[in-house]
Design a protein around this ligand. Structure first.
Ligand code: ADP
Ligand code: MG
Length: 691
């Protein structure tokens, strides 16, 4: 945050703002003077008219006036000053727990007051505790009515200070240049920047403060639009810089090898897979680096698309790196890639943090010489010591687990002057609106079709108290030759705690299900141990696999038809949906049991209800977004795109289309304005990544 200050004018330049105050303001995200105008009020105090005391309701802020009819100091140890005022229609008590002698001398019978505060029920009549007050002449005219803004504040930051600072910032028009073209604003029916800021910070007596507060007011929408646009521009710039920094190899369509791969697969690609494969092949045939995201629900068949892309790279003499977020998933990919590509003469290597020193040395040497053509691994592939002979393609599975930074770091692993193509795959179905902002630097392909022969998973939510029934279900399923998963989840716990909980559960289940073969897999096992357990499960030598969320992505055992998820109420819908995707991979009817701890809160009930009703990851993600907000859905704030000051993706979702439409043209025609907008809203430091 502090480097923001370098890019603007430090707050300490404002009169009355010293380093201490500036430090406090920084906690509100206010670092530069230029930030202040975009700190919007939470609400407004209605000082537009004087209300009659007889009509005063409790719980609302109101401006009132009246004559003091009684004034006294009461109480022994907890002294208080109580004044009663009356305006002929009713009375009100003003209560002061802290007061000075001269206030007591001023607030005496017969004096006329104008008072602003919130009325609350008192023992005798409505009261205002510590209201704002001033002494006025009995018939003094009301000064021009106003709505007084109340800003989000924090400890040690008074409203009066915020108002003064923001007022001072608004008085520096040189920092509030209008960067949006008038024609664009006109087309969208949005006000100019100065009108919008005036409407928000100093609404006139006729203003619709409700609309200002809920964000439906054109002034707020205008600011939200500008903010979303700035973020979009920033990501497009990032993408441009990336693509311009170096060309990528032009890769042919590798027709022959791909035909042979398809023949050997044993299944035909779905229409969606074919479409996406063409999109990928087209990107790779251009000399610009591909930056493509494949979104596809669990089981939609993304891996084989990655294999075909790798084949394209290899066929033209380049290398491909496939990266997965977990050891287990990387291992599974390695097996798929070996099975698919080795028969075609492609040499597949393996690199993870748990490779032995010898394995690692061999792999690094093979990559450097070019003997290994496709390498599968974990983030160990990012390390500086990994050098490629000619890296032409990087595939990243489950992008949301990697930062944009890491993705960009791989760019530098290309061969002299060329950078690799990038293919990113995610099963986290992100609603279109969110994808556009979170992944604006990527083109998006969607696999919106599951391979044939899948039966939707039947989902039920059951309280913990019915655990015994659930155990019976497992027994039945396994007797019928099926396999089952039992997923132990702890929220925010360490890998160690999670592993311990899973161990205890596995022991207990093994006792309760005597006769069944129960195995355990968790993140604390060595790669070899995990792999051996998974192999046994795949081979049908294990009936019930007790696991932590390490099985969340990728694991593929079609004979497993039952999944139990503990503590389901505490997991995100997207995560639950992904876990559930481990079953329903074959033709048998599969089930998923969501175990929860009763009583279930209303939100939790609604959320589990969504999972029961739908198997459509996109629908689930949209509902999850509505209920939990975007930050949680992506599981991380790494993109930075979600930390908006004013915009709200749910509220302002309809602005995204106009933002998307306007951005490219603006970049082309007004580069200077774009830089200024990015500086204003995103900051100099490019929150997303360093290019
Ligand atoms: P995900 O998109 O979740 O990564 P996978 O690539 O792991 O899905 O595919 C899930 C399973 O479906 C794998 O066993 C894969 O071989 C198989 N598969 C992929 N495409 C098809 C298809 N078109 N028809 C039948 N099975 C397919
Ligand atoms: Mg996958």
């Amino acid at each position: 945050m502090t480097d923001h200050a370098a890019a603007g004018t430090p707050l300490t330049r404002l009169p009355g703002v010293g380093p201490k105050v500036a430090d406090k303001l920084s906690r509100l995200g206010l670092v530069r003077i230029e930030d202040l105008p975009f700190h919007l009020p939470l609400r407004y105090e209605d000082r537009t008219r004087v209300r009659r005391l007889g009509e005063l309701a409790s719980g609302v802020d109101a401006l009132v006036s009246g004559e003091i009819t009684a004034s006294e100091v009461t109480g022994g140890r907890r002294r208080r000053l109580i004044c009663r005022i009356s305006d002929g229609t009713g009375s009100l008590e003003l209560v002061f727990f802290h007061f000075y002698a001269n206030q007591q001398r001023q607030l005496v019978r017969g004096v006329h007051l104008r008072v602003f505060g919130e009325a609350k029920p008192g023992p005798v009549m409505l009261q205002m505790i510590h209201p704002d007050w001033e002494i006025v002449e009995p018939d003094a005219p009301l000064p021009a009515g106003e709505f007084k803004p109340v800003y989000p504040a924090c400890e040690g930051v008074a409203q009066s200070m915020l108002r003064r600072a923001i007022g001072a910032a608004l008085d520096r028009p040189e920092t509030l240049t209008e960067w949006l073209p008038g024609t664009l604003l006109q087309k969208l029916g949005l006000p100019s920047l100065d009108h919008a800021l005036a409407a928000v910070h100093a609404p006139g007596p006729e203003a619709d403060t409700q609309a200002l507060m809920d964000g439906s007011h054109p002034a707020v929408r205008r600011l939200a639009f500008e903010e979303l646009l700035a973020h979009r521009l920033s990501l497009l710039r990032l993408r441009q810089a990336h693509q311009a920094s170096a060309p990528a190899p032009v890769l042919g369509d590798a027709h022959g090898p791909i035909e042979r791969l398809l023949d050997a697969l044993g299944f035909a690609l779905t229409g969606a897979q074919q479409r996406v494969q063409h999109e990928v092949a087209r990107d790779m045939a251009r000399g610009e680096p591909m930056l493509r995201l494949i979104q596809g629900d669990v089981g939609s068949g993304k891996t084989v698309i990655a294999a075909m892309a790798a084949l394209m790279a290899v066929s033209d003499g380049w290398q491909a790196a496939i990266m997965a977020p977990t050891e287990l998933l990387a291992e599974q990919h390695e097996r798929s890639f070996r099975a698919w590509l080795e028969p075609l003469g492609v040499r597949v290597g393996w690199l993870s943090g748990r490779s032995s020193a010898a394995e690692r040395r061999d792999c690094l040497a093979g990559l450097e010489r070019g003997d290994i053509q496709v390498v599968v691994g974990t983030h160990a592939l990012f390390q500086a010591s990994v050098a490629f002979h000619g890296l032409g393609l990087v595939v990243i599975d489950e992008q949301h687990r990697f930062g944009v930074h890491q993705r960009l770091a791989l760019r530098d692993k290309g061969r002299a002057g060329l950078q690799p193509h990038q293919l990113v795959m995610t099963a986290t179905p992100i609603p279109r609106t969110l994808a556009m902002t979170a992944y604006a630097d990527l083109d998006v392909s969607v696999i919106d079709e599951l391979p044939p022969g899948r039966t939707p998973v039947r989902t039920v939510a059951l309280p913990e108290t019915r655990r015994d029934e659930v155990i019976e279900r497992i027994r039945e399923a396994c007797r019928a030759g099926r396999q089952a998963y039992w997923v132990c989840t702890l929220v925010e716990a360490s890998e160690l705690l999670e592993a311990q909980a899973a161990e205890a559960t596995a022991e207990r289940l093994a006792e309760q299900l005597a006769g069944l073969r129960v195995a355990l897999v968790h993140g604390r096992l060595s790669a070899a141990q995990k792999e051996s357990v998974m192999r046994q499960f795949e081979a049908g030598e294990v009936d019930l696999l007790v696991a932590t969320t390490v099985i969340e992505v990728g694991v593929n055992v079609p004979n497993a038809s039952l999944m139990i998820i503990e503590n389901a109420e505490r997991l995100g819908l997207a995560q639950l949906h992904q876990l559930r995707g481990r079953v329903g991979r074959g033709e048998t009817q599969s089930s998923c049991v969501l175990l929860y701890h009763p009583p279930l809160g209303e939100v939790a009930r609604a959320r589990l209800g969504i999972l029961r009703e739908s198997n459509d990851g996109f629908r689930i993600a949209r509902r999850d977004l509505e209920i939990r907000g975007p930050g949680e859905l992506l599981g991380t704030r790494q993109t930075g795109a979600l930390n908006y000051r004013i915009a709200d993706l749910l509220r302002d979702g309809d602005l995204l289309d106009p933002v998307q439409a306007a951005a490219p043209e603006l970049l082309r025609t007004r580069p200077q304005a774009c830089s200024e907008l990015i500086r204003r809203w995103v900051g100099e430091g490019e929150r997303y990544a360093q290019v």
